[in-house]
Each structure stands twice: as structure tokens, then as C-alpha cells.
Design a binder for this molecule. Structure first.
Ligand code: UD1
Ligand code: MG
Length: 500
């Protein structure tokens, strides 16, 4: 894309967008993981212009802040109280060097599907033909609301007339102005100086530049784009969803063509920045969002949402909700796992069913298979955490860290009361509450000795199904119980049972 490079791109984003009925500026609404404006900026930047200006006015602080986040190198240009696309372009131009020459592109911040490749062919054709202005046009079934392309007897573009200024014959024209143009910088500047606001809307129209260029004997060209999606702007939330779905369809298709199996494209949502390796399978109802990267040969889904995740080759992630976490090569996650930010699972590790993790590093080959919370922890390699364990990281005031060594075999229903450290190769008994550090190779246990009160059920719960079953299994009958315990009242017996 180096041969034809615009000097500048001006993205118009000062409009109000009232039909969104939103407290948020229209251009900050998102599809495919990026704001509408972000899409427009990405397409512009892909052309490598020397200058990029974004024209703002409505809710300018919010829009300007977003611009400096997604394109710190862009110039934010403020539009004043004079209305119209012409004034907006002029304000953009005013924010750039005064001696600017070459090709200036104008695009819209609310047209998210326009591709860099289309802009590039516009610039290339514009420069090759020596045009002063080139405009992307399209034939649409219903041109209502758009500016119409006026052509003279030999088919050359003579100008653009807005819907509100058009007569009946002009309104019948179905070739519309997309609002995306390439201008010769000098022609644009000079023409804008002369454009007035004498029209139905009292606005300074950018479209008037075309007529003025023609009057000045300059060449004005049209570039028809068949792909209507690319020139469609978002005005309300119905269009937002429609364009979001179409953009998603295209993204999913791109991945399939690159070697990813997507079982159900209709229920698979993939953000624009996501990367997926070849031979990975994505199962239905899966969303891959943000800056997520998935390796090759992995299986993701069904029913999985991953945001800003890194998943290595060969991993399997089933019915999982995860964000800002790493899943190692060949590791297995889910079904029903919740990976909160800062979780890192090593190669061939396992985060199993009904497991929640947060800020936890789980080493290569280590397993947390069932019903467990691992928060603020480091687990070494090759260790196994028993079912139903909790890393007790919060004392009500501060969060503390738990460290587990390599090759530990830790029992079910353990509580690790942080801060605490379990050494390499240690074991723990089921039901242990680990409050003290466990040395390497030790067995930790702190469970009270179990005492069985023989015959308690037939004696204290006579006539119940449990008592009948116990008696049938040979439990001692009440009259046979020793030591007159049958006569003891409930209080006494409960108290006695409570003693260790
Ligand atoms: C404009 C064109 C019309 C074209 C249509 C395509 C003009 C006069 N008309 O129509 O020929 O068919 O786009 O969608 O150019 N904006 C500003 N400042 C303003 C006004 C608009 O920055 O003062 C921005 C908006 O944020 C938006 C874009 O320019 O991104 C277009 O504005 P919009 O009001 O939608 O354009 P239309 O008047 O409908
Ligand atoms: Mg308008």
C-alpha cells in the first residue's frame, strides 16, 4: 500500500447521533470489539497517512479521550458552531500543516465497515486519473436521505445534490454519495473557502466542493462500490446490531478460510483483533473477545466466553468464562470454569469443573479438577489439589498469598488460610484446614478423631426410614443398647456427642 499513500485522512465525528438515544456519543458504540470510530481510524491508519485528524464537537471530551487512547498520534480537531460536513472537513484541515499537499481522504466516524483496501483503491484510482476529487458512490434500492450523484450527458460526475435540496427528478436518482472522498489538498482548501450555507439545512456542505471543482475545470470522478455494507453508516441501534452481525459474519468467515473449524458461525462471535491458529475447532455459542489469541489445534467451546485471553496450542476450553488469563499448551479447562484476571495455567495443566481462579499461577501438569476456588496463589508443577478446596485469601481486610510446591498431593475439602506455604512433595488429609506452613514431604492433618455413637439412630430417631434401614442392616436395637444411654435426654446426649 506504499505507492499511493494519502497525505492526510480526516475522519468526521462531530455529529450528534440523536437516534441512538444514548448518553454515550454514537461513535463510541461498539461492534466486533471496537468503537465505530475505532474501526474508521483503523482503516485510515492502515493507509499510512502522514497525518490523521479526527473532527469532534458533540460530547467532544469523551470522543477526544477515546481518540487519544486508540490513536495517540491523531490530531483532534474541534468543529465550531458552523454546521455541516464542509465545515467539519475545514476544521480538520485547519488542524493540519498549512502547506499540506497531495491527497486528503475524508471518511466518517460512524461508517465502521469501510475496508482499508477500498480506501486504498480509491486513492490509487484518484491519483492515477489525476482527479481533483474522487467520491465513493453506490447504487442503492432506496436512496432516501442520501445525497444523489449528478452526472452530465457524457456520464461525468457534475456534482452532488442533497435529498432536502433535490427536485423530484433528482430524487429518483439511485446512485448515492457515500460521503467518502479523496481530494487534492489544494482544491479542497480553496473550494471550502467559497462554500456557503445557502441551502435547505443552512449547513456548509462538503458535497458542494465537487460542483466547485467541476466549475473550475477540474476532473471529478466516482468510484462505485458494490459492497453496500462498507458505506453504510450507523444511525440507530437497529443498524448497530445489523452491521455488528454482518461484520461478525465476515470475521468468522475469514477465520474459517484460514483453517479454523467453526461449527456454528451463527452463534460464534469473534472480535476483530482476535487471532486463532489453524485446525482449532470453535464449538457453538462461543465468544472470543478483545485481544484474545488462540493457538493451533485447540478446542474452544461450546458455551464459552474468552476476553483478552491467551490460549496455547492444543488446549481444550469447554463451557468456560475467562478474562485476562493464560491457558498453557495442551491444558484442559472446564466444563464450567471461571478464570478471572491473572490466572495462568501451565502446559498440560487442568482447571476442572466448577473451579474459579483469580491471580493464580498453576504450574505445568498441575491439576485443580473439581469444585475449588484458587485465589492469589502460586502452585508449582505436577501438584494435585483435592476436590472442594478453598484458597482462603481474604481475612476481611487484606488479601494474602498461598504458595504450593511441586508434586504435592493435597486432600479434598482443604482450606489454605493465606498467607501459608506448602512445601514440595507434601500431602494433606481430607478436610484439613492448613493454617501453618507445611514442610516439604510432610503429611498435614488436623481433623478431630472420629467417634461413632453406636445405635444412635434407632434409639433417637425410632420409626424413621433411616432407623428401619439401620436395624435391617444389623444396628443394635434400642433395648439392646448398653449403659442406659436410651434413657438419657437429648440435651445430655448431644452435649456428650459434641465432646471430642
Ligand atoms: C452526508 C452527505 C450526503 C451523503 C451522506 C452519506 C453532506 C452535505 N451530505 O449526509 O451527501 O449521502 O452523508 O452518509 O455532506 N459531521 C460532522 N460535522 C457536522 C455534520 C456532520 O462531523 O457538522 C459528521 C457526522 O458525525 C457523520 C458525517 O459527518 O460522521 C455525516 O454526517 P450526517 O449528518 O450523517 O450526513 P448527512 O447530512 O446525512
Ligand atoms: Mg445531516
Amino acid at each position: 500500500m506504499s505507492e499511493h499513500r494519502p497525505t492526510a485522512v480526516i475522519v468526521l465525528a462531530a455529529g450528534e447521533g440523536t437516534r441512538m438515544k444514548s448518553a454515550r456519543p454514537k461513535v463510541l458504540h461498539r461492534i466486533a470489539g471496537r468503537s465505530l470510530l475505532g474501526h474508521a481510524i483503523a482503516a485510515a491508519r492502515a493507509l499510512g497517512p502522514d497525518h490523521l485528524a479526527v473532527v469532534v464537537r458533540h460530547q467532544r471530551d469523551l470522543v477526544a479521550a477515546h481518540v487519544s487512547e486508540v490513536a495517540p498520534d491523531a490530531v483532534v480537531a474541534d468543529q465550531d458552531e458552523v454546521k455541516g460536513t464542509g465545515r467539519a472537513a475545514e476544521c480538520g484541515l485547519d488542524a493540519l500543516p498549512t502547506d499540506l499537499s497531495g491527497t486528503v481522504l475524508v471518511t466518517y466516524g460512524d461508517v465502521p465497515m469501510l475496508e482499508a483496501a477500498s480506501l486504498h483503491s480509491l486513492v490509487a484510482a484518484h491519483e492515477r486519473s489525476g482527479s481533483a476529487v474522487s467520491v465513493i458512490t453506490a447504487h442503492v434500492p432506496d436512496p432516501t436521505g442520501y445525497g444523489r450523484i449528478l452526472r452530465d450527458a457524457d456520464g461525468a460526475v457534475a456534482g452532488i445534490v442533497e435529498q432536502k435540496d433535490a427536485d423530484e427528478a433528482q430524487r429518483a436518482i439511485t446512485e448515492i454519495n457515500s460521503g467518502i472522498y479523496a481530494f487534492d489538498a489544494q482544491v479542497l482548501r480553496e473550494a471550502l473557502d467559497r462554500v456557503g450555507t445557502d441551502n435547505a439545512q443552512g449547513e456548509k456542505y462538503l458535497t458542494d466542493v465537487l460542483g466547485l471543482a467541476r466549475e473550475g475545470g477540474r476532473l471529478v470522478s466516482a468510484h462505485m462500490l458494490d459492497d453496500l455494507w462498507q458505506t453504510e453508516g450507523v444511525n440507530d441501534r437497529v443498524q448497530l446490531a445489523r452491521l455488528g452481525a454482518e461484520l461478525n459474519r465476515r470475521i468468522v468467515e475469514k477465520h474459517m478460510r484460514a483453517g479454523v473449524t467453526v461449527v456454528d458461525p451463527a452463534t460464534t462471535w469473534i472480535d476483530v483483533e482476535v487471532s486463532i491458529g489453524a485446525d482449532t475447532t470453535v464449538l457453538p455459542n462461543t465468544q472470543l473477545l478483545g485481544a484474545t489469541t488462540i493457538g493451533a489445534d485447540a478446542t474452544i467451546g461450546p458455551d464459552t466466553t474468552l476476553t483478552d485471553m491467551e490460549v496455547a496450542d492444543g488446549a481444550s476450553v469447554v463451557r468456560t468464562h475467562g478474562s485476562l488469563s493464560v491457558i498453557g499448551e495442551g491444558a484442559s479447562v472446564g466444563p464450567y470454569a471461571y478464570l478471572r484476571p491473572g490466572s495462568e495455567l501451565g502446559a498440560k495443566g487442568k482447571i476442572g469443573t466448577f473451579v474459579e481462579t483469580k491471580n493464580a499461577t498453576i504450574g505445568d501438569g498441575s491439576k485443580v479438577p473439581h469444585l475449588t476456588y484458587v485465589g492469589d496463589a502460586t502452585i508449582g508443577t505436577g501438584s494435585n489439589i483435592g476436590a472442594s478446596s478453598v484458597f482462603v485469601n481474604y481475612d476481611g481486610v487484606t488479601k494474602s498469598h498461598t504458595t504450593i510446591g511441586d508434586h504435592c498431593r493435597l486432600g479434598s475439602d482443604n482450606m489454605y488460610v493465606a498467607p501459608v506455604t506448602v512445601g514440595d512433595g507434601a500431602y494433606s488429609a481430607a478436610g484439613t484446614v492448613i493454617r501453618k506452613d507445611v514442610p516439604a514431604g510432610a503429611l498435614a492433618l488436623n481433623v478431630g478423631t472420629q467417634r461413632n455413637v453406636e445405635g444412635w439412630v434407632p434409639r433417637r430417631r425410632p420409626g424413621t426410614a433411616a432407623a428401619d434401614a439401620a436395624l435391617a442392616a444389623g444396628a443394635p436395637a434400642p433395648e439392646a443398647a448398653a449403659g442406659g444411654e436410651g434413657a438419657t435426654d437429648g440435651t445430655t446426649e448431644s452435649a456428650r456427642e459434641a465432646r471430642p
